[in-house]
Design a protein around this ligand. Structure first.
Ligand code: GLC
Ligand code: CA
Length: 535
């Protein structure tokens, strides 16, 4: 078997640093906390960790408001702690992916502070999108921020600046050479410190066009662009086709330049994954052309219903579209921006789907806590901190539910996460979701994840092809069973509410519902579950 670059078929564990593990009792997770739990991560059997931002930040948007991209925020530790984390991870053979946020800075970044002082027409303002007000004093256009409210904020001298997200996140102007230069410096800074790749935040947003034009329905567009906003797929896709500020051709030039930087690190096999939620889906593949980035996130499964026809279509489409540019797809069921999958589609369903997609070709991104089956935290409005909650006056509940810290041990909240008061409360009902509890139960989701990852590594990776053997358009039980073969494994998911028997030959290796029956010719697939059979 020819060996693939490490990232082609990786399982990547996403850590939201603030919520992972608190090493010093201040109630917030930090870098030393992550380092101290790397053994746990390694024993899961993943290949890499992706760290959400830990840079200097006023933390108005969970660190995605970066005030100094080449330093560590004191709440998370120091640069020394970052080095320590990276080298400990490498000792355990875990790759490290950092998050880079090139669409905007924090308003506390020195460039933005200088731009405020320097005034209209200055080179300092040219690094952002400052424009004069309309003659009647209104903002330059009617765009609505992705977090609600206008996309423009007025400064004292009457000009407005553009922010697609919070008013504390001014968008950068990628027509400006300083911006290019500064980000290239940041990439090299972290690469030189040892990271193995980047997740590129809002990768499709950097280049703006038509910044002065209005949109015909800016409020619905802003809703459509939020993963936590439920909307009919047809309506969402229609709106996504009309986004004036995303997916402009110019972004690809930037990634071609970045690719040269990554490749200049030679056999370190540096990779980058784009957060680019674009429509139509074929456009996503442009980000992974041979001279651009390595992967692009696939958002389909973050909003998909547990429905055979729907899943069959989006999974196939992703495999096929990526193959046109010789790339493999990526899969994710949860992240820090969307409701946790167990809460969104249900406990059994989320387990079944997790093991179904783990067997697919390409890379899997697992949001820390998903391996425990964690649901969203139960929060009161009083606890919420997401800027979208604040900017919408509570109309949008926001993403805090998915960001509640992880339960590690013991019987009472905060379950070993901190010795202090956690920044978001952990639900008292989580006592059966702790790492300690699941470690001791051989059939826990945690232990199933470990087995599945080890089987995946041993038996699945030799082939990057799948062959469907049962699907809505193929097979007798239309709508209830999805099944495919890959390498020596047959993967079967029963989406219905009733158990079913299948007669595929081989031995059941693994079942998302728990214990397996060995060596039987008729295999029982419980309701809403997934089994792996070795041929
Ligand atoms: C991305 C991040 C999200 C953040 C936004 C603005 O979508 O995943 O958490 O709020 O960008 O940076
Ligand atoms: Ca801490």
């Amino acid at each position: 078997m020819k060996s693939l670059p490490w990232w082609k078929e990786a399982v990547i564990y996403q850590i939201y640093p603030r919520s992972f593990f608190d090493s010093n009792g201040d109630g917030e997770g930090d870098l030393p906390g992550i380092t101290s739990k790397l053994n746990y991560v390694q024993q899961l059997g993943v290949d890499a960790i992706w760290l959400s931002p830990f840079y200097t930040s006023p933390n108005k948007d969970g660190g995605y408001d970066v005030a100094d991209p080449r330093n560590v925020d004191p709440r998370f530790g120091s640069l020394e702690d970052a080095k320590e984390l990276i080298s400990s991870a490498h000792q355990l053979k875990l790759k490290v992916i950092a998050d880079i946020v090139p669409n905007h800075f924090s308003d506390q970044h020195e460039w933005f502070q200088a731009a405020l002082l320097a005034g209209p027409g200055s080179p300092e303002r040219a690094r952002f999108h400052f424009h004069d007000a309309n003659p009647d004093g209104t903002p330059p256009n009617n765009w609505i921020s992705l977090f609600g409210g206008p996309s423009w904020t007025r400064v004292d001298d009457g000009q407005y600046y553009l922010h697609l997200f919070d008013s504390s996140q001014p968008d950068l102007n990628w027509d400006n050479a300083d911006v290019h230069e500064d980000f290239e410096k940041t990439l090299r800074f972290w690469l030189d410190l040892g990271v193995d790749g980047f997740r590129i935040d809002v990768a499709h947003g950097l280049v703006k066009e038509n910044v002065l034009e209005h949109h015909h329905d800016p409020q619905s567009l802003s809703n459509a662009l939020r993963l936590d906003y439920p909307m009919e797929p047809e309506e969402r896709n229609e709106l996504l086709l009309s986004v004036p500020y995303f997916d402009r051709q110019g972004v690809h030039e930037i990634y071609r330049k970045w690719r040269k930087i990554f490749d200049s690190y030679g056999d370190r096999e540096i990779m980058a994954v784009a957060e680019a939620w674009v429509h139509p889906p074929i456009n996503a593949t442009k980000y992974v052309r041979a001279d651009e980035l390595h992967q692009v996130f696939n958002f389909d499964l973050l909003t998909a219903p547990f429905d055979a026809a729907y899943l069959f279509e989006v999974i196939n489409r992703s495999i096929e579209l990526n193959s046109t540019v010789d790339a493999l797809p990526t899969w994710a069921l949860s992240n820090h921006d969307s409701p946790r999958v167990a809460s969104r589609i249900g406990d059994d369903q989320s387990r079944a789907l997790a093991f179904f997609v783990l067997a697919l070709p390409g890379s899997n991104y697992i949001f820390a806590g998903q391996e425990l089956g964690l649901p969203d935290g139960e929060l009161s409005d009083h606890d919420r901190q997401d800027p979208s909650f604040i900017r919408s006056n509570g109309l949008i509940k926001g993403r805090d539910g998915a960001r509640v810290p992880l339960p590690w041990s013991g019987d009472i909240s905060p379950f070993g996460f901190t010795t202090g008061k956690p920044w978001l409360p952990l639900s008292q009902s989580w006592k059966n979701f702790t790492v300690e509890h699941e470690n001791s139960d051989p059939h826990s989701l945690l232990n199933l994840f470990r087995s599945a990852l080890s089987i995946r590594r041993k038996h699945l990776l030799e082939s990057q092809q799948i062959e469907w053997i049962e699907s809505p358009s193929h097979g007798a039980r239309g709508g209830s069973i999805l099944a495919f073969k890959r390498a020596a494994i047959t993967v079967v998911m029963n989406l219905s509410g009733e158990g079913m028997d299948v007669e595929f030959p081989g031995e059941v290796l693994f079942a998302s519902s728990g214990p397996v029956q060995v060596n039987v010719s008729k295999k029982h697939v419980p309701a809403r579950s997934c089994i792996w059979i070795s041929n």
